[in-house]
Design a protein around this ligand. Structure first.
Ligand SMILES: [Zn+2]
Length: 251
């Protein structure tokens, strides 16, 4: 049997986090109210606070949230939070939905479209950053990689969605830069001229372009570029010195 690409997640065995003794939890639950209408989610507290530093801080000490045993996230998307809750319990990011093949206008009246799946991905990535959950952010980056491989597409202004929610040394930023260095076509480079890009990204791209000038002229497919990469290459847990979410969830 030939070995598939390292990013072939569909081949990975799904073992629920709940079966792992290390992540056993008691029955205490907390409520999280999400979105402007305050959609309510009820979650086991231990599961939530071991994953999200934000929730851990909110539910301990003297915060009002701790006394009320509830957290309010009015500025976040309830659908994205629903994906987060499923991820907490299963280690799987259920981000694709029926109807995702269609596209929607990014801004009314402008001829700029993006996929519904990507839009949902962005809500999840922003949420993961706000909740300070590095595992969920790593899972989101893997989802993005799956999305780009599957659709052979990514928005040329992807740095605008990753840079504001990551730190300068984040492997997530490196993914965005490496993606450009390895897979940019001439059209992509032209696209950069008309897109507003983060200043930090342009600097990172320039430095990486110099360091990797030997590969700059060969536009690889995303799949063939990623085939040689280790599955944790672009995970932030490496910079935090912690384990991979895949190990925690028994992948
Ligand atoms: Zn990893």
């Amino acid at each position: 049997m030939t070995e598939g690409p390292k990013y072939a997640y569909q081949l990975i065995r799904n073992t629920l986090r709940l079966t792992n003794d290390k992540y056993s939890f008691d029955f205490e639950v907390v409520g999280v109210l999400v979105g402007p209408s305050g959609e309510k989610f009820t979650i086991h507290k231990t599961l939530l606070v071991t994953s999200s530093s934000f929730c851990k801080a909110a539910l301990s000490g003297d915060w009002k949230e701790a006394a009320e045993k509830s957290i309010k996230l009015p500025d976040h998307d309830a659908e994205a939070f629903g994906i987060y809750v499923k991820w907490l319990y299963t280690g799987r990011m259920y981000i694709t939905k029926e109807g995702d093949d269609s596209t929607e206008e990014k801004e009314p009246g402008k001829k700029k479209y993006y996929s519904r799946e990507f839009s949902r991905w962005l809500d999840c990535y922003q949420l993961g950053d706000y909740l300070q959950d590095p595992d969920f952010k790593d899972a989101a980056i893997d989802s993005l990689i799956d999305l780009t491989i599957g659709d052979k597409w990514w928005p040329v202004d992807l740095p605008n969605y990753v840079y504001p929610y990551s730190t300068p040394k984040s492997p997530h930023r490196r993914f965005v830069v490496d993606l450009g260095i390895n897979c940019f076509s001439k059209d992509h480079v032209q696209g950069i001229r008309s897109a507003e890009m983060p200043h930090e990204y342009m600097k990172d791209l320039l430095v990486a372009s110099y360091e990797h000038k030997e590969i700059w002229t060969k536009a690889l497919s995303i799949k063939s570029w990623l085939e040689s990469k280790d599955a944790c290459e672009y995970h932030e847990h490496k910079t935090h010195g912690t384990g991979c979410y895949k190990t925690k969830y028994g992948y």
